[in-house]
Design a protein around this ligand. Sequence first.
Ligand SMILES: Cc1ncc(COP(=O)(O)O)c(C=O)c1O
Length: 394
Amino acid sequence: MAIPAMRSLEEIQQLEHDYSLPLYAKREIALVRGEGAYLYDSTGKSYLDAMSNYGVAVLGHADPEFTAALTDQLSMLSTCHQSFYNDQRAELLAKIATIAPEGVQRAFLSNSGAEAIEAALKFARATTGKPKIVAAMRGYHGRTMGALSATADNKYRAPFEPLPIPATHVSFNDLDALEVAVDGETAAIILEPIQGEAGIYPATPEYLKGAREIATAKGALLIADEIQSGFRTGIPFSIVDAGVIPDMIATAKAVANGFPIGLTLTTDAISSAMPGGAHGTTFGGNPLACRAAIVTLNALEQRGLYSRADALGAQIIARIEELGNPKVRQVRGRGFMIGLELKERVTPTLRGLQERGVLALTASSTSLRFLPPMIWEQEQVDELIAVLGEVLSA
Ligand SMILES: Cc1ncc(COP(=O)(O)O)c(C=O)c1O
């Protein structure tokens, strides 16, 4: 049952066009409600959510436990600056310490992915005293000026150059290139263990191990950007699967089921290089965000969602391959982070899915991206495969 939107679709569109910046390529629907794995637009049409709003709504929409916890927290305390102690913040830090790799258990709490990256880059500068970073081609780390220095794509960078942090971008999964690029001036190597925006390209375990060795040998830090890959690949942090412990992990999207939060996990040594006043944020670590993160991280464990995402994700990949559709070039990914590369531009397929009630994302111009909520069950997988099969054959 759809709750009618207060305004018509045309009115909603007009207001967004008239009073916001034209920064986003808009899809023509207005989403007004969600329930579990489904979203509803202003006309009442339902959609299978295969994107969790760019990877954030891991518990789906209007989850009763999540809603009750946030409502309770709103009635207690929603804001508390970090110059005061707070019970929910302490609880979240204790929780993070149980899921972070050994030795990378100190967290800086902020409000978005880009902010988590900004903090990591600033911490790297303070710890090493070095100015440069090395990142990967096709890597995406956010759009604020520091994070943009690490982001590779020229279409994002060029209008804002010179960017504040000197960065070299090397080809991904190429250890020789990394070895050459990292020098005595390099503060950090920053990598996505699975490149997301680029089209879901996993780093090989050898590459991640090699990056760790190169960073250590040259006195640079290794930063894992798990903002998109965090929590949805069967384990909290996918780099750990390769047997690699980075110096810092930046994560955000899924941490609090869509409530804005950023986390920069660091070592004691890095923490010691950041004295009082060296960094900060008004909203970071607020009790509402912390409570949202606690309930999300607990639910992922208690409801067995890590292993289910791993199993159902593998099934999605296998079943797309079994479709045997000639338009498909490759299916890549792990858990609920799946890229489907076509031999043609993906916009018509994305549109076809949306018309038939499935919301997915693009990554590159030829790759579709599926980042489903982790509450998906067999029924949603079957629905996705059925609709995708129809759309690809149309
Ligand atoms: C890997 C990665 N890093 C950083 C970011 C930036 O996060 P935010 O959009 O929250 O600033 C993103 C966002 O898509 C991302 O996928």
